[in-house]
Design a protein around this ligand. Sequence first.
Ligand code: SF4
Ligand code: FES
Length: 241
Amino acid sequence: MSATVTFLLDGKAIPFQDGDTVMDAALRAGEYIPHLCHNPEFTPHGSCRVCIVEVNGRHYSACTLPAAENMNVDNSSEAIMAKRRSLLQMLFVEGNHICPACEKSGACQLQAVAYYTRMLSPHFPHFFPRRSIDATHPDIIFYHNRCILCGLCERASRDVDGKNVFTISGRGMNSRVIFNSDSGKLGDSELSISDRAASICPVGAILPKSKGYQVPIGQRLYDTRPISLVGDSNIRRNDKT
Ligand code: SF4
Ligand code: FES
């Protein structure tokens, strides 16, 4: 039997297997590394950078960094938390994330990770981009204002649903999710409310219609416990909002 190989995460030994990333091994060991574009069901995307960690003075995305024996990973120093806060602040000002008016408030990973990293203000000037809402689908509404371009809907639709309903198009501030239909409208796409892509969004960009306040504010996933204990809102579960 081969010996267990480990790396150190904030001084704690984390066992890992061949092919694991630092994120894979940490989550399996019950250790939280903040993340938004990562979901253990899918291959890593490496786009949000919120999972930034430090190893030997260099910064990496934990969701794409292969685990290696004896590596010493800083996941929680104030310097790392400050970098994550800056990344989150940029995400907040690039979009229109009006938490008190959002149906996903209390079950949103962007909001929950911001609380976890003790982000108290947006810090940067808001861009207030003008972005549309697509309400053409009978069961689902899409808010471009809240999309953080994590690519999870694209991966879920392609890899699980086999439909390719979503694609991220454009560059920089002009990037947006587009829908695969002749009209370009979500309502004319093949998306179904039972698709994995319809429930994968970590923020309030893809939401079911007529269910916004079924779980009252104050009783939602992250209202009583931090995301570090609860985990992802978009992992299949019965109690998500
Ligand atoms: Fe990610 Fe949601 Fe935007 Fe899709 S709609 S890219 S899942 S934030
Ligand atoms: Fe690792 Fe987004 S969670 S880059």
